[in-house]
Structure formats: C-alpha cells, structure tokens
Write a protein that binds this ligand. Sequence first.
Ligand code: ATP
Ligand code: MG
Length: 437
Amino acid sequence: MTDDARERAILAAAVPPNVRDVCATLSAAGHQAVTVGGAVRDALLGRAPGDWDVATSARPEQVLALFRHTIPTGMQHGTVTIVTGRGVESHVEVTTFRGEGAYSDARRPDHVVFGVPLVEDLARRDLVVNAIAYDPAKDQLVDPFGGRADLAASVLRAVGDPVARFTEDGLRVMRAVRFAAKLEFTLDAATEAAIAPALPSLAKVSRERVSDELRKLLAAREPSRGLVVAARTGIVASILPELPLADAAAWAARVDRATAATRLASLFAPLARGRFDDVTVRHLDRDVAAQVAAIAKALKFSNAEADTAGVLVGVAHAARWDEWNPAETRRLLAELDGKLRPLAIELWAADRSQPSESGEPAIVAKARRVLDAREPLAIGDLAIGGKDLLDDVHVPPGRIVGQILSLLLARVLDEPALNTRDQLLAAAHQLVLELGS
Ligand code: ATP
Ligand code: MG
C-alpha cells in the first residue's frame, strides 16, 4: 500500500457514519464536501479525533435546503449545523469554503468571501497540519501545503507567510504553542521566529480566547513543550507580564509535574515568596493569594479557578522550608479549606527547588501524615460544638461561642490529643472564667 492509500484507509475508517452521510448528501447534489481540520489531523496521527468539521463548496442556503434538520449557526461565516440524530453528538458543522478579506483588527477578518475553491479555504487556515482535507465520497486527500509530511516530521508550520498569518490573527500564536504541547510537536524555525513580531496582535485578542488556549495547553501531557516556547518567544511576557521567570525550563517542568487540578496554580508559582532564610512566613500568604487571584481573573479564568490558584500559590512557599513541626504543619493546613488541602500537597510535591532525599519537599510527607491521621483542623472537627457550650458550659449565646470554639481549635492544633469531649468542656469552662474576668 502506498502512503496515500494507507492514509485514505485510516480516514475512511475514522470518519463517523453521520459525517460521511452529510458529505454524501452534499456530493450527490453536485457539491464538493470534505472533512477538514483537527479531526483529520488527529485521525492521521492515530489520536482520538474531536469534532469532525465539514467544508463544502455549497452556499449556506444550499446546505440548509439539502437537510431536514438544520440550525443556522453562523450564516454570515457560512456555518450551518446539521442535526443528524439525537443530542449534540449528532450535530455536524458544515462551513462553506471561504476566503478572507483583510484583518484590520488582528482578531477577525473584515469580511469573508464565499465561492472560492477548496485550496483557498485551506490557505486561510492557521497551521499546515490543520489544512488537510479528506473527501469521503471520492476517497480523496487534498493536502496542498504538505500537512502529512509535517505530521510525519512532528513539525508545526504556519500556512503561507508566518509573520503575516500570525499578525492578522493574534490568537494563532497561542494555538501554535498549544498544539506544540498537545501534539508534542516542535515549531518550524521560521514559524517560531514569527511569534515575536505578532505579539502586538496577541495583545488585541480577548482574554477569554487567550485563557481558553492556555487552559487547553495546561491539559496537555507535558505543557512544558508549549510553555518553554511561549516563554522564549515573549508570549508569556505578553499575557502574564507580572510573572518573574528567571528559569523558564524549571518553571515549565514544575507545571508538567503538577496534577491537573494544580496546573494553573503551578503556572503562577513563581509569584510565591522566594526568600525564606530571614523571613518566617509560616502561614497562608494572603498578599500573594490576592495578587494571583487578581491576575487569573483579569485573564478571565473563573472566580473559582482564580481563587483556588491564589490560595495554593499563597502556600506554595511552604515547600522551600524543611523544618515544619507537626503543630506548624497543622496550623498551615487549618488555614486552607478542606478541599484545598490535598491540592496544596499536590502543588508542593511538584516543587523541586530544594534538594531532598525523596525528591519531594519535606512538607509533603508531613502534611500527608496529618491528613491521613485525620487530625482535627477545623472547628467542625472538634469533639464539641456550639450547642455543648450553651448547654453544658452555660456560655451565653452570641459571638463568644465562636470565639471560644476558635480558641479551643488553636489548642487542638497544637495538641490533637486534647480533642475529646471532656477535655474540651473543661478547657471551655476555664476559658469562660478567663474571658469573664
Ligand atoms: P481541536 O482539537 O482543539 O478542536 P482544531 O484544529 O480542530 O483543534 P478548531 O478550533 O476546532 O481547532 O478549528 C478547526 C479548524 O479551523 C482548525 O483545524 C484550523 O484549520 C481552523 N482554524 C481554527 N482557528 C483558526 C484560526 N484562529 N486561524 C486560522 N485557522 C483556524
Ligand atoms: Mg476542532
């Protein structure tokens, strides 16, 4: 089998039946209809394809007329959704071949033109590996820019002049580094060199679109493959100017080691305090937490994502310090919401800035022990509650109840063995006397 025949066989087998049917209907009506973009690329790579996109010579009105159930998703861009069954999985997006006018705002073409041939539609796409088309009806591959050769070489190249392509749509530089990470490809030299001149365009792209790309990049097996390129080309300085990046390779390697839930925090970890020889910060660093949350929110990460990343970076410094005693460890963990404690441990475990025998910072094992032993860390973990104070200690209702519980927790954090009903009631009696006098 020739390479071409082998690749056609892969695609023929990979195209889902409903997508094939949509292409067949368009072809039978005399139009050209191809699958194109990410799914073709992923199928040829042997990766699980995402959504299959269809491109066609038929005008949007002609597409609408050919199918019974349609949604006019974006008629002005030429996109029609065909409903081929039940649920969104049955939806197939069909977009009319289009050429593009100038991009005067670095975000969107000023206008799109229909009635262009397939090669022109492929020519407006960002990367050569994303500009391969497969016609299932004719069993034909259309690859005018050498996309399959790039897939074989694991290389990302812009279609056409890279500076022009990256400058006309600033999001493309983010897509390039995202695909470098996701596909584990390298950027062709001329394509990488085109990133820096396109950074003014990136600055004009909405932060939502930038963070969507960043989120996808962070979901890669090894985000470092994109982050290192993003750092050396100036993308990181453009989208995260606050981040001090002395050692980009170490920063990116830490992101790789971080778990999915702590990747965003690990990205911001360089904002954690750095010098501890003379600083005794053994608590949640609220200034850092607020700074990180504000940066992440400005980048349009959700409030929940941003706040979590903030708090985690607010305790990231703990990994730079070995001499945590059990009480200090418990006090630190007690400052975190229960859900964040395991995440803090995951983030610490990714930090390799201090040499240690196990590779992991000392706080990791110390904190794990506290959580595994289920030592009390919050008022809710105490062996008595507010009602016991009212009924058994005859504390008057009011703020004092919470104050006493906080004081009891502080003692229990120092000495977990105190967390029995009798000892806490006795301690509460004592506290009432002290507070009353
Ligand atoms: P994914 O696996 O993330 O879906 P994808 O390549 O399918 O990757 P999409 O955003 O779904 O990415 O876009 C589909 C196709 O449209 C791309 O493969 C590419 O050909 C083209 N494309 C998408 N965004 C751009 C862009 N900003 N500039 C040029 N072409 C683009
Ligand atoms: Mg896609």
